[in-house]
Ligand binder design. Structure first.
Ligand SMILES: NC(=O)c1ccc[n+]([C@@H]2O[C@H](COP(=O)([O-])OP(=O)(O)OC[C@H]3O[C@@H](n4cnc5c(N)ncnc54)[C@H](O)[C@@H]3O)[C@@H](O)[C@H]2O)c1
Length: 500
């Protein structure tokens, strides 16, 4: 049985100590600040006792878990440990110093693991006498609830170390995912697209924060929109991760963060914790602008030849109920509103390619939210009166409509395509297996589907089409698609397909 030392009794150290002790492992906690270690024991005891009071564990089990924890003054107490998990301040110089000190105390087969979220584990291990026994062991906050842990195999980490950490993770009730030592590992790497692409949409004036959040929640099925999430996490944390992952990948444009968020961080608008971030919070309540009134004037005639089939059926039903004529000619008449449903393209490009009068064109995202929240997009010259009539018709069955300015890929298409693309690159770079990528993202980020499954659900070829259209429009290598995605789209196979 592992005997576990935990250095650093802050938010993470406490959580790791709690789950290990509850699983029956002897745990020693130490901290540079002795009061922090004492407080941690008090904190864990209270939590476990409360869990027992609520019937989530027996009083005996809570008692036994508390007895498994010892508080020590200094790292000398880790002498007989088989594993030491470091969860101290996120500074490379200090972590390296601490690992050097630990090496002088523990035996040669004791694993030294770091809970770092942003530093290179290989750099932490550099200079160690036995770098092969050093690995990353990255838990998420709050540890007892976030049931996934990244086992980080640094350049010199030996297999036995990974194996033992994988076994321990399962024994404490967490899902281990094994990752190569690359910036952001799996979860913080895979999570980049959500916020950065949301910010890109905001920064381009396509839609407001609450509109982007509504579409991602109700249209695409995420628990929270990107701005709600950044406000919850705190921009001081999110922006730091966005910058760090971007810089560590040598300014790969896929991860390019936003100057808008950098300014907001400089202004101290972190989110809920500062009562103002992307939203203002009053008594903990997110403040939103009054909803845009739903227009009531319906169009006389609409046209949607060549649009997505599901959308055409929906439009037909809405039009029939509302007494609106649906034209079926190859081209719309001069008085009809022309509906298009582009995949990846913006409304302007679609209008131009189809030879339509852009003042009468509105675009609808047929891939996301047709039944839950519809996205309606205009060209820069779409007649506002026609836009409102289209809105009235799309909202006539009570489904909410978000109106946005022109954008390749609307909101959900572009954010989801980037999520799939980045996950595909994680697979392509052999950072983790497709199965571990899915587990890590579902448990670590709480996405409704794993990113590769999301891609399969839309179809790899569709995701590829969205990215290609965005790449063509912006000429920005940010939107180049991963070789993993490209090949599987071409072959028509699942994005979970690994090479044999
Ligand atoms: N908070 C998170 O969401 C989160 C998630 C995953 C990983 N991490 C990583 O876990 C580590 C700890 O983060 P945290 O949020 O628990 O921090 P924290 O500030 O809550 O706790 C850090 C603790 O380490 C102690 N400490 C600092 N320097 C020390 C030293 N030289 N020796 C011994 N103790 C020392 C401090 O006194 C403090 O009690 C960091 O590497 C962080 O990047 C944090």
């Amino acid at each position: 049985m592992e005997r576990i030392g935990i250095l650093g009794a802050g938010a993470m150290g406490r959580g790791i100590a709690q789950i290990a002790a509850a699983a029956g492992y002897p745990v020693i906690i130490a901290d540079a600040n002795p009061k922090a270690a004492e407080d941690a024991l008090g904190f864990i005891s209270d939590l476990l006792k409360r869990a027992a009071d609520k019937g989530r564990m027996t009083a005996e089990a809570a008692d036994a878990a508390i007895k498994n924890i010892t508080v020590a003054q200094g790292v000398a107490a880790f002498k007989d440990c088989t594993l030491v998990v470091e969860a101290i301040i996120e500074r490379l110089d200090i972590k390296r110093q601490v690992f050097a000190e630990l090496e002088g105390i523990v035996s040669a087969d004791c694993i030294l693991a770091s809970n770092t979220s942003s530093l290179s584990v290989t750099s932490i291990a550099a200079g160690a006498k036995l770098p092969g026994r050093i690995a990353g062991y990255h838990f998420f906050n709050p540890v007892p609830l976030m049931k996934v842990v990244e086992v980080v195999k640094a350049t010199l980490t030996e297999d036995w170390v990974v194996d033992r950490l994988v076994t321990l993770s399962k024994a404490v009730g967490h899902k281990p995912v094994v990752t190569a030592d690359t910036p952001g590992f799996i979860v913080n790497h895979a999570g980049r697209a959500f916020g950065t692409e949301g910010l890109r949409i905001l920064g381009e004036g396509i839609a407001a924060t609450h509109d982007i959040d509504d579409v991602m929640r109700e249209g695409a099925g995420f628990r929270m929109g990107p701005f709600e999430l950044m406000d919850l996490t705190g921009l001081d944390v999110s922006q730091t991760v966005m910058e760090s992952v971007y810089r560590q990948f040598y300014d790969d444009p896929k991860y390019r963060p936003s100057a808008l968020a950098a300014n907001q961080m400089a202004a101290g608008l972190y989110g809920r914790k500062t009562k103002r971030g992307f939203y203002v919070y009053e008594n903990g309540e997110q403040q939103r602008p009054a909803p845009r009134p739903v227009p009531t004037e319906l169009p006389k005639t609409v046209w949607a030849e060549g649009a997505d089939e599901k959308f055409r059926v929906l439009l037909g039903e809405l039009a029939a109920k509302a007494g609106v004529t649906v034209e079926s000619g190859a081209k719309p008449s001069a008085t009809a509103i022309a509906f298009v449903t582009p995949v990846g393209q913006d409304a302007t490009t679609s209008a131009a390619e189809l030879g339509l009068d852009a003042t009468r064109v509105v675009a609808v995202d047929a891939l996301f939210g047709l039944a839950t929240r519809r996205t309606l997009m205009t060209t820069p010259v779409t007649d506002p009166a026609l836009r409102d009539q289209a809105h009235a018709l799309l909202a006539s069955d009570g489904v909410a409509v978000t109106v946005i300015h022109d954008s390749p890929g609307f909101i959900a298409q572009r954010i989801v395509a980037m999520i799939v693309n980045i996950a595909s690159d994680i697979a392509q770079q052999r950072i983790a297996t497709p199965a571990d990528i899915e587990t890590a993202v579902k448990l670590g980020l709480g996405y409704p589907k794993g990113p590769l499954e999301f891609g399969d659900h839309l179809g790899a070829a569709t995701v590829q089409r969205i990215l290609d259209a965005m790449f063509a429009f912006y000429g920005d290598p940010r939107y180049r698609s991963s070789p993993w995605l490209k090949r599987r789209a071409m072959l028509g196979v699942s994005l979970m397909t690994a090479e044999g």
